[in-house]
Design a protein around this ligand. Structure first.
Ligand SMILES: [Zn+2]
Length: 129
């Protein structure tokens, strides 16, 4: 099996000159936890963090320093740079929300009442319970 990056939308392979790093595995609590964090970061919906899979690799493109760190304080303790960080379900939701708001504002523009944002009112007049 060719070593290719398991990150969704990443097509890097070892044969492209990318460094590949195995997703942590092992019975140790530290390794299990780290694996879980990696899989959370990678967000492969079809993966079970406790599953028996092995040999998955993540390429160096997903690490700030280009390689994983074993220091749990390091940002490279888990991979953090992903294509899906800009194209995600979240941003799809943001776009959908934006579209809904735009449509609402369009329909409001038809009845020509002026709209004032009640920002000051709600801050000044309504103390928190
Ligand atoms: Zn990759």
């Amino acid at each position: 099996m060719p070593r290719s990056c398991c990150v969704v939308n990443c097509t890097n392979r070892a044969s492209d000159g990318c460094r590949m790093f195995n997703i942590p595995g092992g019975k140790h609590a530290f390794a299990k936890n780290r694996r879980r964090l990696w899989l959370q970061a990678i967000r492969r919906a079809d993966w079970d963090p406790d599953g028996p899979k092995g040999g998955e690799s993540v390429c160096s493109a997903h690490f700030i320093a280009g390689e994983p760190s074993f220091d749990c304080d390091s940002p490279d303790f888990v991979p953090s740079i992903f294509p899906h960080s800009s194209i995600t379900r979240d941003s799809t939701a943001i776009v959908a929300r934006y579209e809904r708001r735009r449509k609402r504002e369009e329909s409001r523009a038809h009845d020509e009442r002026p709209r004032v944002m009640p920002v000051l009112e709600s801050n000044a007049g309504m103390p928190n319970p």
